[in-house]
Unconditional design. Structure first.
Ligand code: PBG
Length: 303
């Protein structure tokens, strides 16, 4: 189970457990329920978590300033989780979209996403997350040059052992729909095609990955996973650092919905798809199925 990372959606407040409509079995949780979730996961052998914040609309602005504010509940939660569970691995999300009133991963001006201006905010956010205790930062924004920029800032401030898991080959995919529901983070206008990759390109993924490696990435990610197994394979062949795939929200919802209708056998399909990601070359899989898979493993191989 150590090859899995389980995503958690964090919401501010207390006693909140709100199911995400398009993702049955996945919830937005407030902090004390996140503690419980982590305890449940650890019993199944899951030790790594990627945490995403759902931010209230009133805290969003065009520059995403709340992302590194002292008052940020996401940063506070990371601190609390780390002090309670010092041994687990926490991956954070570095991108503007949860904090941006425009719903984009970068700063928008006159309808355009500004790459270089965004880097500075990403670096501030990264430092704040490192200070809060994140083990691995996950820049999911796809701005050019951000891995190097963030690495330099981290090293300069003494965070040399905080790693970077770069969303290197992140495609402009329709499979992210349910995730954007989960966070209310859909773009208010336009789409993400100017910074996320064209699904028709494969060689661009190699180039993006190579730049990330040169800039100091510790892990390379392919996202989504299922429709991009060829990209996982290619990256695994070419690069020596661990390859991560993100089995995204739409891939989860698809299986859940078809199983609910009785069209597919959920367990069997889940196992087969996770296996395909491994076979393609993923060292690590980020998946909403991690817990269900852990339960199956526990039943099949009780220790
Ligand atoms: C955005 C981000 C997205 C996901 C993770 N980080 C969505 C997007 O690019 O709009 C998607 C994950 C999923 O669909 O499960 N920073």
């Amino acid at each position: 189970m150590s090859d899995f990372i389980y995503p958690i959606f964090l919401v501010d407040g207390a006693g909140k457990k709100i199911e995400i409509n398009s993702m049955p079995g996945i919830y937005r949780l407030s902090i004390e329920l996140v503690f419980k979730e982590i305890e449940d996961c650890r019993r199944l052998g899951i030790e790594s978590f990627v945490i995403f914040p759902a931010i209230e609309e009133s805290l969003k602005d065009p520059l995403g300033k709340y992302s590194y504010s002292d008052k940020n509940f996401y940063l506070r939660a990371i601190r609390e989780i780390k002090s309670r569970f010092p041994d687990i691995c926490i991956v954070t999300d570095v991108a503007l979209d949860p904090y941006s009133s425009d719903g984009h991963d970068g700063i928008v001006k006159n309808g355009k996403v500004l790459n270089d201006e965004t880097l500075d905010v990403l670096a501030k956010m990264s430092l704040a997350q490192a200070e809060a205790g994140a083990d691995i930062l996950g820049p999911s924004d796809m701005m050019d040059g951000r891995v190097g920029y963030i690495r330099r800032e981290l090293d300069a401030k003494g965070f040399t052992s905080v790693s970077i898991m770069s969303y290197s080959a992140k495609y402009a995919s329709s499979f992210y729909g349910p995730f954007r529901d989960a966070l209310d983070s859909a773009p208010k206008s336009g789409d993400k095609k100017s910074y996320q990759m064209d699904p028709a390109n494969s060689r661009e993924a190699l180039l993006e990955a190579e730049l990330d490696v040169l800039e100091g990435a510790d892990f390379l990610m392919v996202k989504p996973a299922l429709a991009y197994l060829d990209i996982i394979y290619r990256l695994k062949e070419k690069f020596q650092i661990p390859i991560v795939c993100y089995n995204v929200s739409g891939e989860y919802s698809m299986i859940k919905a078809a199983s609910k209708l009785g069209f597919l056998d959920e367990k069997a399909i889940m196992k087969e798809t996770l296996l395909s990601m491994k076979r393609a070359g993923s060292d690590i899989i980020i998946t909403y199925f991690a817990k269900s898979f852990g339960e199956i493993m526990k039943n099949e191989f009780p220790s």
